[in-house]
Ligand binder design. Structure first.
Ligand code: FAD
Length: 294
């Protein structure tokens, strides 16, 4: 018999976590877990649903962070004005996940806990220096950097008596971000390249540019434009020039060539990256003109 738990607040969650074993499962939207339960490839002894706990459902702005509950759905991420205002790359990623049904039910917590190399929110949460807030049975809330939390495909730094409660993302007023994925038509829109970008601007000049590329390796891959190159570019208009787009495409092409295994459609991804880079720059250009959306 499978036991079911649905705590209504943090205190109840802490005591429920004591009952969880290696075989227990947390369920959020069930878009992924439901398939395994139906096929009986997973046979849990207990299911824990977190969606009744307020902290898992809300998106809030604090002094230094945007906090996003683990059970916030992709649709809620896409529609959130707070997310659009500070973390547009998250709304870009959420709006392209699977189908409408998947976006209405699938959650950010489930997306990250899956730790799939193709998960769309993964490169974006790496890009935005996110912290994963984990609740455990000792009534603690641990904050773990996303890069320490994701250990590899399907592997995360989470014990059976722990659960992801929310994500904390540093709030930066001078940051613009964007995400674009190239999906596979045959497999709905599972990402074949997920390119995310953040641009830091100070006194009207660019002072930092970072990319995280998803779905080209086991974990998202970082690429930062060296400071010497940034100092030559400086202005936004120069950054958006054709020559710079081409330079960035060439760098990403080489990264994919070096690290993507051939069986992961390496050659296709190397060339397809060009369209992704150019389209991502188009999104960024619009965003830089519309200062309400960063
Ligand atoms: C047809 C289809 C298309 C899809 N397309 C995409 C896509 O385009 N892009 C993409 O990224 N993904 C896609 N997915 C994968 C998946 O649906 C999403 O990643 C979704 O966000 C998972 O969230 P969920 O709430 O449904 O997770 P669930 O199915 O409820 O759980 C998934 C896993 O996460 C664990 N988990 C859930 N919440 C927590 C928590 N708070 N703490 C700890 N562990 C937790 C569960 O135990 C389980 O192991 C697709 C899936 C399907 C079936």
């Amino acid at each position: 018999m499978i036991r079911g738990f649905a705590p209504n607040n943090l205190e109840e969650l802490y005591s429920v976590l004591e009952n969880m074993t290696e075989k227990s499962k947390i369920v959020a939207g069930g878009t992924d877990l439901g398939i395994h339960l139906k096929k009986m490839t997973i046979t849990p002894d207990a299911l824990l649903y977190l969606g009744n706990i307020q902290e898992t459902r809300e998106i809030i702005e604090t002094k230094n962070f945007i906090e996003i509950g683990a059970c916030v759905t992709h649709t809620e991420l896409e529609e959130s004005n707070i997310v659009k205002k500070y973390l547009s790359a998250i709304s870009d990623a959420a709006k392209d996940v699977g189908s409408l049904q998947i976006r209405n039910n699938g959650t950010i917590g489930g997306n990250i806990a899956n730790a799939s190399p193709a998960a769309d929110l993964l490169p974006v949460l790496f890009l935005l220096d996110s912290l994963v807030v984990v609740a455990n049975k000792n009534k603690e809330l641990k904050e773990i950097k996303i890069e320490d939390f994701i250990l590899g495909p399907g592997k995360i730094a989470l014990n059976p008596d722990e659960a992801i409660l929310k994500f904390k993302i540093p709030k930066k007023n001078n940051m613009y971000s964007a995400f674009l994925k190239l999906g596979s038509r045959k497999k709905l829109t599972i990402s074949r390249i997920g390119l995310s970008l953040k641009l830091m601007i100070e006194d009207g000049k660019i002072n930092n540019v970072v990319f995280f590329i998803g779905a080209i390796s086991l974990k998202p891959v970082k690429f930062e434009i060296p400071k010497e190159e940034i100092s030559k570019i400086q202005t936004i208009s120069k950054f958006l020039e054709q020559e710079n787009k081409e330079r960035i495409f060439n760098k990403i092409y080489n990264i994919i060539f070096q690290i993507t295994p051939e069986k992961f459609d390496r050659n296709y991804k190397m060339w397809a990256a060009k369209a992704v880079v150019y389209d991502l720059f188009d999104i960024l250009a619009i965003r830089l003109n519309n200062k309400d959306c960063k």
